[in-house]
Ligand binder design. Structure first.
Ligand code: 4NP
Length: 159
């Protein structure tokens, strides 16, 4: 049985994508599917490499029993060979990730998808960047990620 590998990507890898990673991991754990998935996150930028997630996002997530434990890293070319799906938060992430993919040689590279395309409740086209806003922005990001990430799982086939 081969595992399905999923990489969530945002700009800094300290707010949106570590939250998406933790939410998705919780869902597959709860469904007894943990051994069928590899879940990770990364940023297109390098500013926060090695850092814990933003404390505002850690706090907002804790209120809903989501533990964000990852350390930030930057996406690398090998990720396109290692992962089945790369799920981005906004159009800017999409363009940056696609540019990097175009520099990667190989077959069967990761599919790049916008996570919001899977949302059923929240019809915003992008997951908004909460970094420069207030606390409510972090709760809103979690709301829309809980929607889109669970719908993503319903939409893919895994073995
Ligand atoms: P993220 O949020 O992409 O959701 O992790 C951001 C984090 C940091 C910065 C921008 C967005 N920054 O400019 O440092």
């Amino acid at each position: 049985m081969s595992k399905t590998s999923v990489l969530f990507v945002c700009l800094g890898n300290i707010c949106r994508s570590p939250a998406a990673e933790a939410i998705f991991q919780n869902i597959v754990n709860d469904k007894g599917l943990a051994n069928q998935f590899i879940v990770d996150s990364a940023g297109t930028g390098s500013w926060h490499i090695g850092k814990k997630a933003d404390s505002r996002m850690i706090f907002a997530a804790k209120k809903r029993n989501i533990n964000i434990t990852s350390n930030a890293r930057q996406i690398i070319k090998d990720d396109f060979r290692k992962f089945d799906y790369i799920l981005v938060m906004d159009n800017s992430n999409f363009n940056n990730v696609l540019n990097l993919k175009n520099q990667v040689k190989g077959v069967d590279l990761a599919k790049i998808l916008k996570i919001q395309e899977f949302a059923l409740i929240y019809n915003e086209k992008e997951v908004p960047d909460p970094y420069f806003g207030g606390d409510a922005g972090f709760d809103h990001v979690l709301d829309i990620l809980e929607d889109s990430v669970s719908c993503f799982l319903e939409n893919i086939t895994y073995s």
